[in-house]
Design a protein around this ligand. Structure first.
Ligand code: LLP
Length: 409
């Protein structure tokens, strides 16, 4: 736990107070130069290759941020019609969007088909539906390569007992069903899980996907998925150049052996958005409890779900109201939601917080606002963007009580 003097370089302590005074608390803040830097790293992963990097927008669906990612050369992948609408709002064209749904209705497939958006199917039943909806057209197939990885069991998305994807052994049947509807397969995609810090399993799975591609002569691309991890607790983030070099090697071998060529695609989310975002909050009450100080703030799991859902660590900076020497104590950071599991940070060494202090939760730009809710009937937080020149603009207003009541009869 850092004191204010060790705060994020782009979020100095005086700015924290100013932002909360002007925009309220809790508040999501994003730093544009950090976002652009991460986008560029992704865009430059595989220099000299036919390569389409996308950003996975379930991570952060704010259209202003998505438009920046697009400017930096990223396409977008969507999981639902709502995410397609957000990408359209951000300026993405249909041919820049890849729809990768799971267990969707005919209407949702029709939604993508009518817009000419390439869609991936992830079960034989969805393939059957697509053979009709996309008759005479093209689709992609999501493969489960039976190799998974991720920071927590809940986010490992490939493996024998995982709900996602078509197994390699099911691909011939999928091709037969599609052939009956005159639907061809434009490419194969996969996503093995989220938040890994080493490339071994990703590359192992990439190799498995390329094996499947051999049996799909119409495939023009292989999308190896996202999942690139960052260091929430100070670990080194995944080395994208090593991933890019590993994929390039695998593809070069494959192309030499098959005489075909394939476009490479990836679709990270967290890597692009996590580090450019922070949440500012306010301390409202402190209690002393058997050797620990319980610091109650306004960042409950309605604002940031990750610590409760996955026991995820997010670094928390205390930003005291005044410069003073405070004793270092053990703090449990908690929110204002009516559940005792509403814990933002366990056992953090920290200068004693006081009512009115602010806190900064780091690395919250990915799966932060996107997974926030109005639980306990709390309107969702606002989002602001901090540009390189220091200017700040609101990119989502704070929800109001009227918003909470607006869908009621
Ligand atoms: N592609 C597909 C098909 C996905 O399902 C996902 C994430 C991604 C790409 C992007 O994964 P990323 O690069 O962001 O790891 N809420 C969890 C993560 C869930 C990931 C779901 N799928 C968390 O906060 O850790």
């Amino acid at each position: 736990m850092n004191a204010a003097s060790e705060s994020l370089p782009w979020l100095p302590a005086p700015l924290v107070g100013d932002l909360v005074r002007e925009h309220g608390s809790p508040l999501y803040v994003y730093h544009e130069p950090t976002l652009r830097a991460r986008c560029r790293e992704v865009a430059l992963m595989m220099p000299g290759r036919d390569f389409h990097p996308s950003v996975s927008i379930k991570t952060n669906g704010n259209p202003t941020l998505l438009a920046i990612a697009r400017q930096e050369g990223l396409r977008g992948d969507a999981m639902s019609p709502g995410e397609i609408l957000l990408l359209e709002r951000a300026g993405f064209r249909s041919d820049e969007i890849f729809f990768i749904p799971n267990n969707v209705s005919r209407e949702e497939l029709v939604f993508a088909h009518e817009r000419g958006i390439l869609t991936s199917l992830d079960s034989l039943d969805q393939v059957r539906l697509a053979a009709d909806v996309f008759a005479g057209g093209e689709v992609a197939l999501r493969i489960n390569p039976l190799v998974g990885d991720g920071h927590h069991g809940k986010v490992v998305t490939a493996g024998a007992r995982v709900k996602f994807g078509i197994l390699p052994s099911e691909v011939p049947q999928a091709l037969e069903i599609l052939a009956a509807g005159r639907v061809s397969v434009a490419g194969l995609n996969q996503h093995i899980g989220s938040g890994f810090l080493t490339a071994e399993r990703y590359l192992e799975a990439a190799n498995a996907l390329l094996e499947v591609c051999r049996g799909v002569p119409s495939a023009r691309f292989a999308d190896f998925g996202g999942g690139f991890g960052i260091g929430y607790g100070g670990e080194t983030r995944l080395d994208l150049s090593a991933v890019g070099a590993g994929l390039s090697c695998l593809l070069a071998d494959w192309e030499r052996e098959t005489g075909r060529s394939l476009r490479a695609q990836v679709e990270p989310g967290r890597y692009v958005f996590a580090e450019c975002g922070a949440i500012l909050g306010t301390v409202h009450a402190i209690k002393e409890r058997v050797g620990i100080h319980v610091a109650g703030c306004d960042i409950g799991f309605n604002v940031l779900q990750r610590p409760v859902l996955y026991d995820s660590y997010h670094h928390i900076d205390l930003v005291p109201q005044e410069v003073s020497d405070r004793p270092l104590v053990d703090v449990q950071w908690v929110g204002n939601i009516c559940e005792s599991g509403d814990i933002l940070g366990h056992d953090r060494k920290c200068p004693l917080p006081k009512v009115g202090d602010h806190l900064v939760v780091r690395d919250a730009g990915a799966y932060g606002w996107a997974m926030s809710s109005s639980y306990n009937a709390r309107p969702r937080a606002a989002e602001v963007l901090l540009a390189g020149d220091g200017s700040v603009r609101t990119i989502r207003r704070r929800e109001t009580w009227e918003d909470l009541l607006s869908a009621l009869p």
